[in-house]
Design a protein around this ligand. Structure first.
Ligand code: PEP
Ligand code: MN
Length: 346
Protein backbone atom coordinates (compact mmCIF):
# COMPACT_ATOMS: atom_id res chain seq x y z
CA UNK A 1 0.00 0.00 0.00
CA UNK A 2 1.24 3.46 -0.83
CA UNK A 3 2.21 5.41 2.25
CA UNK A 4 0.25 8.57 2.78
CA UNK A 5 2.82 10.00 5.16
CA UNK A 6 3.66 13.55 4.19
CA UNK A 7 1.66 13.28 0.95
CA UNK A 8 -0.58 15.99 2.16
CA UNK A 9 -0.43 18.65 4.75
CA UNK A 10 -2.96 20.77 6.48
CA UNK A 11 -2.68 24.45 7.16
CA UNK A 12 -4.48 25.45 10.30
CA UNK A 13 -5.27 29.14 10.29
CA UNK A 14 -5.84 30.56 13.77
CA UNK A 15 -8.41 33.31 14.30
CA UNK A 16 -7.10 36.77 15.15
CA UNK A 17 -8.70 36.30 18.58
CA UNK A 18 -6.87 32.99 19.28
CA UNK A 19 -4.93 32.92 22.53
CA UNK A 20 -1.42 31.47 22.99
CA UNK A 21 -3.12 28.57 24.82
CA UNK A 22 -5.28 27.86 21.74
CA UNK A 23 -2.15 27.73 19.59
CA UNK A 24 -0.33 25.50 22.09
CA UNK A 25 -3.33 23.20 22.24
CA UNK A 26 -3.36 22.64 18.46
CA UNK A 27 0.38 22.00 18.40
CA UNK A 28 0.09 19.55 21.27
CA UNK A 29 -2.70 17.60 19.56
CA UNK A 30 -0.72 17.43 16.31
CA UNK A 31 2.33 16.14 18.12
CA UNK A 32 0.25 13.60 20.01
CA UNK A 33 -0.74 11.99 16.69
CA UNK A 34 2.86 11.97 15.46
CA UNK A 35 2.51 14.92 13.04
CA UNK A 36 5.05 17.70 12.63
CA UNK A 37 3.76 21.15 13.58
CA UNK A 38 5.35 24.24 12.01
CA UNK A 39 4.39 27.56 13.46
CA UNK A 40 4.31 30.75 11.39
CA UNK A 41 3.46 33.93 13.23
CA UNK A 42 2.53 36.59 10.69
CA UNK A 43 1.61 40.19 11.33
CA UNK A 44 -2.09 39.46 10.92
CA UNK A 45 -2.52 35.85 11.87
CA UNK A 46 -0.86 32.75 13.21
CA UNK A 47 -0.75 29.72 10.97
CA UNK A 48 0.21 26.18 11.90
CA UNK A 49 1.38 23.79 9.20
CA UNK A 50 0.85 20.11 9.89
CA UNK A 51 2.69 17.41 7.97
CA UNK A 52 2.26 13.75 8.70
CA UNK A 53 -0.04 10.83 8.22
CA UNK A 54 -2.98 12.07 6.19
CA UNK A 55 -5.58 9.83 7.79
CA UNK A 56 -4.50 10.64 11.33
CA UNK A 57 -4.50 14.39 10.65
CA UNK A 58 -7.84 14.40 8.87
CA UNK A 59 -9.60 12.44 11.57
CA UNK A 60 -9.53 15.33 14.00
CA UNK A 61 -12.17 18.09 13.68
CA UNK A 62 -9.66 20.96 13.59
CA UNK A 63 -12.20 23.65 12.79
CA UNK A 64 -14.00 22.83 16.04
CA UNK A 65 -10.86 23.50 18.14
CA UNK A 66 -10.93 26.76 20.14
CA UNK A 67 -9.29 29.61 18.25
CA UNK A 68 -9.15 27.83 14.87
CA UNK A 69 -10.60 29.83 11.99
CA UNK A 70 -10.17 27.22 9.23
CA UNK A 71 -8.13 24.23 8.16
CA UNK A 72 -6.98 24.08 4.53
CA UNK A 73 -5.34 21.04 2.89
CA UNK A 74 -2.22 21.83 0.78
CA UNK A 75 -1.96 19.54 -2.18
CA UNK A 76 1.26 20.96 -3.62
CA UNK A 77 4.40 18.88 -3.00
CA UNK A 78 6.05 21.89 -1.37
CA UNK A 79 4.18 23.09 1.68
CA UNK A 80 5.83 25.57 3.99
CA UNK A 81 7.43 27.63 1.25
CA UNK A 82 4.07 28.06 -0.48
CA UNK A 83 1.89 31.17 -0.37
CA UNK A 84 -0.89 28.95 0.95
CA UNK A 85 1.12 28.50 4.11
CA UNK A 86 2.16 32.13 4.46
CA UNK A 87 0.50 35.00 2.65
CA UNK A 88 2.98 37.67 3.73
CA UNK A 89 6.36 37.97 2.05
CA UNK A 90 9.25 36.53 3.99
CA UNK A 91 11.90 39.13 4.79
CA UNK A 92 15.37 37.66 5.27
CA UNK A 93 17.91 39.43 7.46
CA UNK A 94 21.40 39.03 5.98
CA UNK A 95 23.83 40.41 8.54
CA UNK A 96 21.52 43.38 9.16
CA UNK A 97 20.50 43.89 5.51
CA UNK A 98 16.86 43.04 4.78
CA UNK A 99 15.96 41.17 1.61
CA UNK A 100 12.36 40.71 0.42
CA UNK A 101 9.01 42.30 1.29
CA UNK A 102 9.87 45.46 -0.66
CA UNK A 103 13.56 45.55 0.33
CA UNK A 104 15.67 45.36 -2.85
CA UNK A 105 19.19 43.96 -2.39
CA UNK A 106 21.92 44.81 -4.89
CA UNK A 107 24.57 42.09 -4.36
CA UNK A 108 27.90 42.46 -6.15
CA UNK A 109 31.56 41.51 -6.07
CA UNK A 110 33.98 39.18 -7.78
CA UNK A 111 32.93 35.70 -8.83
CA UNK A 112 35.86 34.24 -6.88
CA UNK A 113 38.21 35.69 -4.29
CA UNK A 114 41.57 35.66 -6.06
CA UNK A 115 43.68 37.94 -3.85
CA UNK A 116 43.31 40.59 -1.20
CA UNK A 117 43.92 43.39 -3.71
CA UNK A 118 41.40 42.05 -6.20
CA UNK A 119 38.72 41.49 -3.54
CA UNK A 120 39.26 44.85 -1.87
CA UNK A 121 39.21 46.78 -5.17
CA UNK A 122 35.91 45.16 -6.09
CA UNK A 123 34.36 45.47 -2.61
CA UNK A 124 35.31 49.14 -2.28
CA UNK A 125 33.81 49.95 -5.67
CA UNK A 126 30.54 48.08 -5.17
CA UNK A 127 30.07 49.50 -1.65
CA UNK A 128 30.56 53.01 -2.99
CA UNK A 129 28.11 52.39 -5.83
CA UNK A 130 25.39 51.26 -3.38
CA UNK A 131 25.61 47.45 -3.21
CA UNK A 132 24.37 46.21 0.17
CA UNK A 133 25.82 42.68 0.14
CA UNK A 134 29.22 41.55 -1.16
CA UNK A 135 29.69 38.36 -3.17
CA UNK A 136 32.92 36.38 -3.47
CA UNK A 137 33.64 32.68 -3.50
CA UNK A 138 36.29 30.75 -1.66
CA UNK A 139 35.28 27.34 -2.99
CA UNK A 140 35.12 27.19 -6.77
CA UNK A 141 34.55 23.75 -8.23
CA UNK A 142 34.92 24.19 -11.99
CA UNK A 143 33.93 22.39 -15.12
CA UNK A 144 37.57 21.33 -15.50
CA UNK A 145 39.26 19.90 -12.39
CA UNK A 146 42.49 21.61 -13.54
CA UNK A 147 41.05 25.14 -13.40
CA UNK A 148 41.51 27.43 -10.35
CA UNK A 149 39.51 25.93 -7.48
CA UNK A 150 39.39 28.88 -5.05
CA UNK A 151 41.37 29.94 -1.98
CA UNK A 152 39.25 27.92 0.48
CA UNK A 153 39.47 29.11 4.12
CA UNK A 154 41.97 31.83 3.23
CA UNK A 155 39.34 33.25 0.86
CA UNK A 156 36.75 33.32 3.66
CA UNK A 157 39.22 35.14 5.92
CA UNK A 158 39.74 37.79 3.25
CA UNK A 159 35.96 38.18 2.88
CA UNK A 160 35.70 38.79 6.63
CA UNK A 161 38.40 41.47 6.34
CA UNK A 162 36.49 43.08 3.46
CA UNK A 163 33.27 42.99 5.50
CA UNK A 164 35.00 44.87 8.30
CA UNK A 165 36.64 47.36 5.98
CA UNK A 166 33.61 48.20 3.81
CA UNK A 167 30.68 47.33 6.08
CA UNK A 168 29.05 44.83 3.71
CA UNK A 169 27.82 41.40 4.82
CA UNK A 170 28.86 38.73 2.31
CA UNK A 171 27.55 35.68 0.49
CA UNK A 172 29.74 32.69 -0.36
CA UNK A 173 29.02 29.24 -1.74
CA UNK A 174 29.16 26.01 0.26
CA UNK A 175 29.74 23.17 -2.14
CA UNK A 176 29.99 20.17 0.13
CA UNK A 177 27.97 19.26 3.24
CA UNK A 178 31.33 18.82 5.02
CA UNK A 179 32.09 22.54 4.44
CA UNK A 180 28.80 23.90 5.76
CA UNK A 181 30.06 24.44 9.30
CA UNK A 182 33.18 26.22 8.05
CA UNK A 183 31.37 28.52 5.58
CA UNK A 184 28.61 29.18 8.11
CA UNK A 185 31.17 30.30 10.68
CA UNK A 186 32.36 33.08 8.32
CA UNK A 187 29.63 34.04 5.82
CA UNK A 188 26.42 36.02 6.41
CA UNK A 189 24.57 34.20 3.63
CA UNK A 190 25.42 30.77 2.25
CA UNK A 191 24.83 30.07 -1.41
CA UNK A 192 23.83 26.78 -2.98
CA UNK A 193 25.08 26.68 -6.58
CA UNK A 194 23.03 25.57 -9.54
CA UNK A 195 24.81 22.20 -9.75
CA UNK A 196 23.91 21.45 -6.13
CA UNK A 197 20.24 22.46 -6.12
CA UNK A 198 19.19 18.85 -5.83
CA UNK A 199 21.93 17.83 -3.38
CA UNK A 200 19.45 17.00 -0.65
CA UNK A 201 22.12 16.12 1.92
CA UNK A 202 23.61 19.60 1.50
CA UNK A 203 20.17 21.26 1.63
CA UNK A 204 19.17 19.46 4.83
CA UNK A 205 22.51 20.33 6.42
CA UNK A 206 21.93 23.99 5.56
CA UNK A 207 18.46 23.73 7.06
CA UNK A 208 20.00 22.76 10.37
CA UNK A 209 22.39 25.72 10.72
CA UNK A 210 21.53 29.30 11.54
CA UNK A 211 22.70 31.39 8.59
CA UNK A 212 20.36 32.40 5.74
CA UNK A 213 20.66 30.47 2.48
CA UNK A 214 20.54 31.59 -1.15
CA UNK A 215 19.29 28.74 -3.30
CA UNK A 216 20.10 28.96 -6.99
CA UNK A 217 17.81 27.30 -9.49
CA UNK A 218 19.20 24.11 -11.00
CA UNK A 219 20.36 24.31 -14.62
CA UNK A 220 17.49 22.10 -15.76
CA UNK A 221 15.13 22.40 -12.81
CA UNK A 222 11.46 23.30 -13.10
CA UNK A 223 10.12 25.93 -10.72
CA UNK A 224 8.33 23.20 -8.79
CA UNK A 225 11.57 21.22 -8.36
CA UNK A 226 13.30 24.39 -7.21
CA UNK A 227 10.60 25.09 -4.59
CA UNK A 228 10.83 21.49 -3.42
CA UNK A 229 14.56 22.03 -2.90
CA UNK A 230 13.77 25.13 -0.83
CA UNK A 231 11.32 23.04 1.19
CA UNK A 232 14.21 20.72 2.18
CA UNK A 233 15.96 23.66 3.85
CA UNK A 234 12.81 25.21 5.31
CA UNK A 235 11.42 22.06 6.87
CA UNK A 236 14.61 21.53 8.87
CA UNK A 237 13.87 24.79 10.67
CA UNK A 238 15.80 27.36 8.65
CA UNK A 239 13.18 29.77 7.27
CA UNK A 240 15.63 32.28 5.87
CA UNK A 241 15.80 31.18 2.25
CA UNK A 242 16.32 33.45 -0.76
CA UNK A 243 15.73 32.00 -4.24
CA UNK A 244 18.00 32.99 -7.13
CA UNK A 245 17.05 32.63 -10.80
CA UNK A 246 20.34 32.22 -12.70
CA UNK A 247 19.26 31.07 -16.15
CA UNK A 248 18.34 27.63 -17.39
CA UNK A 249 19.68 25.40 -20.14
CA UNK A 250 17.76 25.71 -23.40
CA UNK A 251 18.51 25.21 -27.12
CA UNK A 252 19.69 28.85 -27.33
CA UNK A 253 23.45 29.24 -27.60
CA UNK A 254 23.88 33.01 -27.84
CA UNK A 255 23.76 33.32 -24.05
CA UNK A 256 25.46 31.11 -21.48
CA UNK A 257 22.01 30.22 -20.12
CA UNK A 258 18.53 31.54 -20.83
CA UNK A 259 17.35 33.90 -18.11
CA UNK A 260 13.84 32.77 -17.24
CA UNK A 261 12.51 36.13 -16.14
CA UNK A 262 8.99 34.75 -15.81
CA UNK A 263 10.28 32.75 -12.85
CA UNK A 264 10.15 35.97 -10.82
CA UNK A 265 6.39 36.62 -11.04
CA UNK A 266 5.68 32.87 -10.98
CA UNK A 267 7.61 32.50 -7.71
CA UNK A 268 5.82 35.54 -6.31
CA UNK A 269 2.50 33.77 -6.92
CA UNK A 270 3.56 30.38 -5.59
CA UNK A 271 5.84 31.27 -2.70
CA UNK A 272 6.40 33.85 0.02
CA UNK A 273 10.20 33.58 -0.25
CA UNK A 274 12.26 36.43 -1.74
CA UNK A 275 13.55 35.85 -5.27
CA UNK A 276 16.55 37.54 -6.86
CA UNK A 277 18.19 37.30 -10.30
CA UNK A 278 21.78 36.63 -11.38
CA UNK A 279 22.27 38.48 -14.68
CA UNK A 280 25.97 37.51 -14.81
CA UNK A 281 25.76 33.72 -14.81
CA UNK A 282 22.65 33.71 -16.99
CA UNK A 283 23.80 35.99 -19.82
CA UNK A 284 27.45 35.01 -19.40
CA UNK A 285 28.54 38.18 -21.21
CA UNK A 286 29.48 41.63 -19.93
CA UNK A 287 27.41 43.50 -22.52
CA UNK A 288 24.20 41.73 -21.46
CA UNK A 289 24.42 42.29 -17.71
CA UNK A 290 22.87 45.79 -17.63
CA UNK A 291 19.78 44.89 -19.65
CA UNK A 292 19.18 41.67 -17.71
CA UNK A 293 19.66 43.43 -14.36
CA UNK A 294 17.15 46.16 -15.31
CA UNK A 295 14.73 43.48 -16.45
CA UNK A 296 15.00 41.86 -13.02
CA UNK A 297 14.07 45.15 -11.35
CA UNK A 298 11.10 45.63 -13.69
CA UNK A 299 9.89 42.06 -13.07
CA UNK A 300 9.71 42.73 -9.33
CA UNK A 301 12.74 40.76 -8.17
CA UNK A 302 13.94 41.34 -4.60
CA UNK A 303 17.49 41.93 -5.72
CA UNK A 304 20.21 40.86 -8.08
CA UNK A 305 23.70 39.45 -7.83
CA UNK A 306 26.34 40.74 -10.23
CA UNK A 307 29.98 39.82 -10.90
CA UNK A 308 32.16 42.94 -10.67
CA UNK A 309 35.93 42.68 -11.24
CA UNK A 310 38.50 45.50 -11.24
CA UNK A 311 40.38 43.91 -14.18
CA UNK A 312 38.20 41.26 -15.84
CA UNK A 313 40.89 40.43 -18.42
CA UNK A 314 43.02 39.01 -15.58
CA UNK A 315 40.15 37.18 -13.79
CA UNK A 316 40.82 33.56 -12.91
CA UNK A 317 37.10 32.77 -13.12
CA UNK A 318 34.30 34.11 -15.35
CA UNK A 319 36.16 37.21 -16.65
CA UNK A 320 33.96 37.59 -19.76
CA UNK A 321 30.81 38.18 -17.72
CA UNK A 322 32.28 40.49 -15.06
CA UNK A 323 31.45 44.16 -15.40
CA UNK A 324 33.82 46.98 -14.45
CA UNK A 325 33.33 49.03 -11.27
CA UNK A 326 32.36 52.09 -13.34
CA UNK A 327 29.74 50.10 -15.26
CA UNK A 328 28.27 48.86 -11.98
CA UNK A 329 28.08 52.41 -10.60
CA UNK A 330 26.22 53.55 -13.73
CA UNK A 331 23.84 50.59 -13.51
CA UNK A 332 23.10 51.39 -9.86
CA UNK A 333 22.10 54.95 -10.84
CA UNK A 334 19.59 53.51 -13.29
CA UNK A 335 18.36 50.96 -10.77
CA UNK A 336 17.68 53.64 -8.15
CA UNK A 337 15.58 55.54 -10.69
CA UNK A 338 13.72 52.35 -11.66
CA UNK A 339 13.04 51.40 -8.05
CA UNK A 340 11.48 54.81 -7.44
CA UNK A 341 9.15 54.26 -10.40
CA UNK A 342 8.32 50.72 -9.22
CA UNK A 343 7.47 52.15 -5.80
CA UNK A 344 4.97 54.53 -7.40
CA UNK A 345 3.11 51.55 -8.92
CA UNK A 346 2.35 50.05 -5.51
C1 PEP B 1 28.31 31.69 -8.94
O1 PEP B 1 27.37 32.43 -8.59
O2 PEP B 1 29.49 32.01 -8.80
C2 PEP B 1 28.02 30.41 -9.58
C3 PEP B 1 28.95 29.46 -9.64
O3 PEP B 1 26.80 30.33 -10.09
P1 PEP B 1 25.96 29.07 -10.57
O4 PEP B 1 25.97 28.08 -9.45
O5 PEP B 1 24.62 29.67 -10.83
O6 PEP B 1 26.60 28.56 -11.83
MN1 MN C 1 30.99 32.47 -11.63
Amino acid sequence: MKSTRGDESLIIVMASTATPEDVANVIERLESIGAEAHLSEGKHRTVIGAVGDRNAIQQLPWEAFPGVERAVPVLKPFKFVSRDFQVEDTVVDVGGVLVGGGNFAPIAGPCAVESRDQLFASAEAVAKAGATILRGDAFKPRTSPYSFQGLAEKGLELLVEAREEFGLPFVAEAVDPRDVELVSSYADLIRVGTRNMANFTLLSELGRQGKPVMLKRGLTATIEEWLNAAEYIYKEGNHDVILCERGIRTFETSTRNTLDISAVPVIKELSHLPVIVDPSHSGGKRTLVGALARTAVAAGADGFMIDVHPAPETALVDGPQAILPGEFAELMEQVRAMLAVMESFK
